[in-house]
Design a protein around this ligand. Sequence first.
Ligand SMILES: Cc1cc2nc3c(=O)[nH]c(=O)nc-3n(C[C@H](O)[C@H](O)[C@H](O)COP(=O)(O)OP(=O)(O)OC[C@H]3O[C@@H](n4cnc5c(N)ncnc54)[C@H](O)[C@@H]3O)c2cc1C
Ligand code: FES
Ligand code: FES
Length: 1274
Amino acid sequence: MDRVTFTLNGVKHSVGNEVSSTTTLLDYIRKVAELRGTKYMCKEAGCGACIVSYSRPSDDAAFGRHIVQGVNACMVSITSCQDWEISTIEHIGNRLQGYHPLQVTLARDNGTQCGYCSPGWVMAMYSLLSTRPRTIFEIENDLSSNICRCTGYRPILDAFKKFGSDAPINSLIDIEDLKLCDKIIHKKKCPDNNKKDLNEDWYVITKEEVSSKVIHLKLHDDRIWYRVEMVNDIFNIFMEEGTDSYMLINGNTGKGVVNILEYPRLLIDISNVWELQGHYIDQNLVIGAGTTLTKVMQIFQDVSEDEYFAYLRVLSEHLELVAHIPVRNIGTVAGNLMVKHRYPEFQSDIFLLLSTVGAELTILHGPGLTEIVPMEHFLQFDMTGKVILNILFPPLNNQYKLWTHKIMPRAQNAHAYVNCGFLYKLESTTNKVLECRIAYGGLSPFFTRALLTESHIVGKSLFLNETLQEVLSVLDEELDGAVVPMPPNPSVQYRKQVALALFYKGLLALAPQNLVSPHYVTGAIKEHATRPLSSGQQEFDTDPKVYPLNKPIPKLEGIIQCAGEAKYTEDIPTLPGEVYACFVLTTVPRGRIVNIDPSRALERPGVIAFYSAKDIPGVNSFIPVVTKYRKLIRENEELLCDGDVKYFNQPLGIVVAETEILAELAATLVHVTYTDVKEPVIDIKVAKRDMSRNIFFVNIPATKVSPDIHQIISGEITIYTQYHFSMETLCCVSRPTEEGIKTYASTQWIDAVQDMTSRALKIDAGRIDVSVRRLGGAYGIKISRNTQQAVACNLVVYKLNRPCRFIQSLRTNMRAVGKRLPCSVDFEAGVNKEGVIQFINFVLYSDNGYIYNENLSDLGKDVYYNCYDQAPWNYTCFNTLTDTASNTWCRAPGTLENIISAEMVMEQIAYELGLDPLQVRLANLDRAKHNAIQEMTDTIMVKSNYKERRKHVDNFNEENRWKKRGFRFTLMKWSPYGTFYYEVNLSVFHQDGSVIISHGGVEMGQGINTKAIQICAYYFGIPVDMIQVKRNDTVTTPNGFTTAGSLTSQNIGIGVQKCCEELLRRLAPIRARLGNPTWVELIRAAFDADLSLQTHGLLNASDEENIDVYGVTLAEVEIDVLTGEHEIIRVDLIEDTGRSLNPVIDVGQVEGAFIMGLGYWTCERMVYDPQTGEVLSDHTWEYHVPQARDIPQDFRVYFRKGSFSTPRALGAKVVGEPATCMAVSVPLALREAITSARTDSGIPSTVWYEIDGPYSVENIYLNCATIKEQFKFY
Ligand SMILES: Cc1cc2nc3c(=O)[nH]c(=O)nc-3n(C[C@H](O)[C@H](O)[C@H](O)COP(=O)(O)OP(=O)(O)OC[C@H]3O[C@@H](n4cnc5c(N)ncnc54)[C@H](O)[C@@H]3O)c2cc1C
Ligand code: FES
Ligand code: FES
């Protein structure tokens, strides 16, 4: 039997019938080769964590050399890797052979926090540089393949820009030092390399050259795999095997668009069929349909030098917005078109572009049997047993004008909400339309061309106001009914209106510029296209006298994180006899389970067991018992549904199988019947009106009501949810031990996992050991929510007495698990002429999901009035129930909802009274308590050059109709909350005086370990590299509370101080006896004197240091009124961090928190089916966190000078969460821009309007209230 051979990190490997069709390169690297440095999250090419470098012969011909590129290992079937040379993070640098400069620089520049994304970033960058040198700008632009949820991108970009070909001389790294691809790249002599003739790029295959090598495999899951090199072989295989169930495999990235759990029976790898690749010009430009998008872009750039193909430059620019480089490196044109063919709702940019320019497809029915199919017939064309051979691009002379655009939820790497392409053939002198094509995507699965409008426009002079209005009316009518709901995409209203606006925008861009009035001219500009290179500044003081406290040192685990050597939960090697578990989810929102039938799942070979609630020996709950330190939790939550369904996709059972993918597949085969199914209430705005759903929490009455009432202002503020998006999803690996169970869990709270395993399995806590080394991001989701999955994992271990690995897929994570609490506020305020609140009734409803359990409302009790005078606030808070998953803590829980609501109130007062919002804020400021805020505001005023920029923004808005700017200050007082209990142990080794610390905190990117080491080094006067922090384990640090609330670093720091102080006390007599010993001498002498070199510190309620944090932010933004897109021009942010323990780590926390808040306010949009409550935005294709080109163009962070908190906190303040609240400056700045557009539409700025949820492109566009009659050239 054949085998597929490839090299991995220089070592030859081969695979055959032992692998399945679903075994990816990622699976192979991690599970077979046990190279766990490569990480993963989404398994759909949406996060970049799994990027590796590869080279393959099929890329050689096009590039003329052995090219190394990046690829998402999660996309590639291992059986596609014939002749590939693959490099992983371990290969490019490691502790044995030395680290790679990219790894070192990323770590040194604080480009890593939790570190889970870091290997992916390094490999993406390594691959970019291996392909060719890049400028700084290109580096920033080309990294859209990767997500980092922790850092906010700025430090990653700063680190990598040092490798730009145009980087300043002092940061330039010698290219030789990069050792790029030296292990795998070897330039081949390609006969075509220097030839200029375009036709010669078409690779003509001779029989002798290829001799049609076919690889044939029968895979482990009974799939048949062929790898062919000639088109005829495809048809031969079709003849032999049939076409009832088959798939051609090119890049295999189509599964990133539509998930594949199970492949068809017959799989034919055509990625090496040379007849499907390359290009030539034969009147038309003919491009092989199997050409990758990367190569197509290169062909477009080359061929566009020919005047008849100059239009290809426009297509190439558009292709920059299709997916990202690693997907484009293997994804092909044909693959894209066929995904569109099978799923017409897919907003394919390729289909759109080909439709716009009138391209045609050559389709092969069989050997030599071709048919030319125009794009307009393609979707209806029966493609069974057929192959797209090539694409014909027509020559277009300069009478043709082309414009395309794509509206996405963020700047890069997202599918289109709406995309469009307009092609006009114009009579040169009169601008009369001779021909035209008006193509749209994203409006409906089948509406692709506005044919009526096209025929109407022909013969008209294009750039006249009258023509425009007339054609817009025709288009408006044509789109009526044609645009259909496509959830989770934006509303019909938005997509239809924006389609009209895009038509206008395209004409503004194509019109002779002397014809367009200056007032409208910026309407032609694409919002993101003008974005400059981003930059950042960070200003803080440090005091060398107290070093290593307050010293800006990079995170100490940074380098092992960037090298893939840092271990996370799922990096534990495969254990003998290991099984995989997966939740089965309910498929009704509310109702009763009548019967669960797992037989179809259990029939599948490799499926081992199914468990439901009745299999739990103890309590059916994953919530630990309430204690003094756990007062924020209230009651049990079901581990598995007990029969009464609470929400759509509640876990009801566990399937166990031999592989992860089989467990996932089997979970879909469990048949469940329900009765008494009810429609859910999922919206807090609806639920809060039903008093039976509201649980009164607190009323804090006003202490002073003043009579100077000039106006009563009332409103409703509603903000929705946010998914945590930790790059490491919830996962757990457990195994049986002599006495019970050992659990490695991705948890912020090991004690809860131990407690709940003990309660659910009815075994003593002491028999269960729980351990965590570090987390790949958490932001709250791993406080209580991971416990459900960890206890389920332990149930499997208990039942089967076998190790179990439970990795929750991103989709299950997003569907089954609660998120940030949505909240809705009703308020009524009486204000005086200056906007000072005289009284305010403020009622906040917090959406807890189906159960009121995790008490977030407590966290808002000290911040609902923010930094303003608390006296007039009559505050009431309800916990509201909706039929959704139990919501949970998410970065700045409770505080964020309250603080931003107070900021919204200030804003509304300012608008309705026509006052300056900053003055309203300062007039309400409680100066007696929070005067620091005035000082910090003054600092930002100066640093930001506020007054001049304010004028500039006002002038800009006067002068421009279609671009608007906004400029907003927001203020913040943030109060930490919590009572915590942690153990800290410190041991010194007698041999050399080296120190280890184990503590009850969890490292998740916040730098808790680095800070603990700095404190210890300070007390002992020893270098930081003599100190190590070990994993958190219930054996060494039992009974600990969760790592949360920003306070844990501070508390562990206090615990380390206690340990150090205790040891120093013990050592004092010996030190005195020895005079001035070195540390090593002192320790050895103490050991000889039988002194214990181990100390212990307990942190408890008596150590609480809850110190207010202040912040002031100023954001400047710009919106595109015609699309709803925005850019953040600049943010100035000052935070009072006290005397930071480590300013560079804290800058990272502030920037990362701000960008997470930014996502919440702009592009992160959870969408539910209103009828069922099903989560529709359950993966990276539909849920968009900010990426590198969504952050402020210019981001300046300052720490307040001269601040010192308390000696116990060593002068520092907490940093992890507060800046999340400061991002509210962005929506408020956006609101100013929107308001300016509304004013131009005739709506006075004093008219308040509610915007619920994020300021998405849809919300921005619709609230600008533009009507098509306002679209004009002059
Ligand atoms: C993260 C991500 C982001 C993306 N973003 C965008 C985007 O912004 N815009 C956009 O338009 N697209 C986007 N895509 C889609 C991407 O362009 C396609 O996945 C890719 O082009 C598919 O090519 P492939 O070679 O990988 O196809 P494969 O996955 O290998 O195949 C897909 C289908 O095509 C069929 N097929 C392949 N070749 C042929 C052929 N020659 N003849 C007949 N049938 C064939 C196969 O049978 C299969 O059914 C994105 C994809 C991902 C994963
Ligand atoms: S796991 Fe491959 S890109 Fe996310
Ligand atoms: S450091 Fe990037 S996701 Fe945590």
